[in-house]
Design a protein around this ligand. Structure first.
Ligand code: GRF
Length: 207
């Protein structure tokens, strides 16, 4: 059984997609052992509670220094004994020690086709604003392992989504979520739970 801990900051629609996948049986051999948010008011915590999953808030604002936060945050994650950590819209920088401890055991969903529209400053609506400003005709989402860089880790899955005439950043964001994010995040977790993925030379291989 793959024990998953999900880290969230906001609405938690990707968390919901994972919960639904587990409940529907499209994600097999997996349970969510906990949800951690840096934001007390994150609706993601309500979603967790509704499904009987334990949730807690731990925020940098609760500590005098970043070092103290990093230490307590890692303790909180470790206590939930994850086999896999899923960053589902988590807006806090992951402590470097945690990245090495969970190498190839921590994944992130990013709302673009990496390496386009990713890296520092590309989060939330900004990604979709930039795509529309550039006039690209195809966008999408990427699930990747987390390494020391921003959106630079080994790519697991990507899915393309069409840009349509008259799209606004919010409309495009919603289409990318519906057609790509909510599909490839559960799919990636199911592949990992089934032991179907390995990383060699920084590239994902399917077994
Ligand atoms: C998603 O667009 C995800 O790709 C990004 O943050 C957003 C989170 O949305 N990393 P939600 O909280 O899952 O609804």
């Amino acid at each position: 059984m793959l024990n998953v801990v999900v880290l969230v900051s906001g609405g938690g629609t990707n968390l919901q997609a994972v919960i639904d996948g587990i409940e529907a049986g499209t994600i097999t051999n997996t349970r969510i052992t906990g949800v951690i948010s840096n934001n007390q008011n994150a609706y993601a915590l309500v979603r967790a509670k509704k499904h009987g999953i334990s949730g807690r808030c731990i925020s940098p604002k609760m500590f005098d220094t970043r070092e103290k936060f990093n230490e307590k945050f890692m303790e909180a994650v470790d206590e939930m004994r994850p086999d896999l950590i899923v960053l589902a819209g988590f807006l806090v920088v992951i402590p470097p020690a945690m990245i090495s401890r969970y190498r190839n055991r921590m994944i992130n969903i990013h709302p673009s086709l990496i390496p386009s529209f990713c890296g520092t400053g590309y989060y939330g609506l900004k990604v979709h604003e930039a795509a529309l400003a550039r006039g690209v005709k195809v966008v999408g989402a990427t699930v990747h392992f987390v390494d020391e860089g921003t959106d630079t880790g080994p790519i697991i899955l990507q899915k393309a989504v069409e840009v349509k005439e008259g799209d606004t950043p919010a409309i495009l964001q919603r289409r990318v979520m519906e057609q790509a994010e909510w599909k490839i995040l559960p799919e990636a977790i199911n592949l990992i739970a089934g032991g179907k993925i390995t990383v060699e030379d920084n590239l994902v291989r399917f077994i």
